[in-house]
Design a protein around this ligand. Structure first.
Ligand code: B12
Length: 209
């Protein structure tokens, strides 16, 4: 890994916003590969999550780490964008009800939009009915769900059941990501694909098309 990428990781783990922003600007100048930047952010956030679990960090640090990542993403956004003209299909995306985590979902949204997809982002804490209404209204071909809390993973199955009930299950492919999700869980609840990261998720969607 380049020095700048490890500096970025360290600045997130050390909750140092000034350093994080300075490094992010340098990464933009260097035109660093966006996949590597996202990998560095994700790995740093794993460490922050573990420190929180071990009670070395508290909610304040978790919130600040989230704010740092938001700021980094706004700085490196030009690197994530491309002029690609993608297929004119709609992807509806959101984080399930009860879950406020949205950084990973937002990364996926940026990647998908920059690949030319129309993305309807429902935000976080999204009730089942809102997902269903949006899939219908937008005639979406793909539904992306994000879930980071084991306490809210039941919502994923509820969305899929509701799609079936509304006769929409055959019309939309369901891709699911987030720290609370595994390949097994996606199979168990009848989703179509697990996305371990935003780039793999986007590749999967392109394959479907
Ligand atoms: C930052 C953070 C927060 C921030 C979130 C800020 C925000 N705007 O998102 C705040 C402070 C709000 C927060 C709150 C809480 N958090 Co929190 N949080 C985290 C942390 C450290 C990082 C998450 C993150 O942003 N990662 C970086 C991104 C880039 O990675 P990502 O989300 O995994 O996304 C990537 C992929 O998963 C994938 N992806 C994700 N979604 C989707 C969707 C689609 C469609 C696709 C294709 C791909 C995709 O693509 C992304 C990019 O490659 C995690 C630890 C962790 N490792 O996940 C804990 C973690 C998720 N939080 C946790 C907890 C416990 C909480 C709280 C309950 C704490 C509390 N006591 O209040 C609350 C819950 C609030 C709520 N109701 O949601 C636990 C969950 C444990 C569990 N098993 O359920 C974790 C795992 C920490 C831990 N180890 O204990 N948290």
């Amino acid at each position: 890994m380049s020095d700048l990428l490890s500096d970025l990781e360290e600045s997130i783990i050390g909750i140092d916003i000034d350093k994080a922003e300075a490094v992010a600007n340098q990464l933009v100048e260097k035109k660093e590969d966006p996949d590597k930047i996202i990998a560095a952010i994700t790995s740093a956030m794993d460490v922050v999550g573990k420190k929180f679990q071990d009670e070395e960090y508290y909610l304040t640090e978790l919130v600040m780490a989230g704010e740092i990542v938001k700021s980094i993403l706004s700085i490196v956004e030009p690197l994530l964008k491309s002029e690609e003209k993608g297929p004119q299909i709609t992807i509806v995306v959101g984080t399930v009800q009860g879950d406020l985590h949205d950084l990973g979902k937002n990364i996926f949204v940026t990647f998908a939009r920059s690949a030319g997809f129309k993305v309807v982002d429902l935000g976080n804490d999204v009730p089942v009915e809102t997902f269903i209404d949006a899939v219908k209204r937008e005639n979406a071909k793909v539904l992306g769900l994000s879930c980071l809390l084991t306490a809210t993973d039941k919502e994923l199955g509820k969305v899929i059941e509701a799609l079936k009930k509304e006769g929409l299950r055959d019309k939309v492919m369901v891709i699911i990501g987030g720290a609370a999700v595994t390949e097994e869980l996606v199979k168990e609840i009848g989703g179509d694909a697990f996305a371990p990261d935003a780039i793999t998720g986007l590749q999967q969607i392109k394959e479907w098309l």
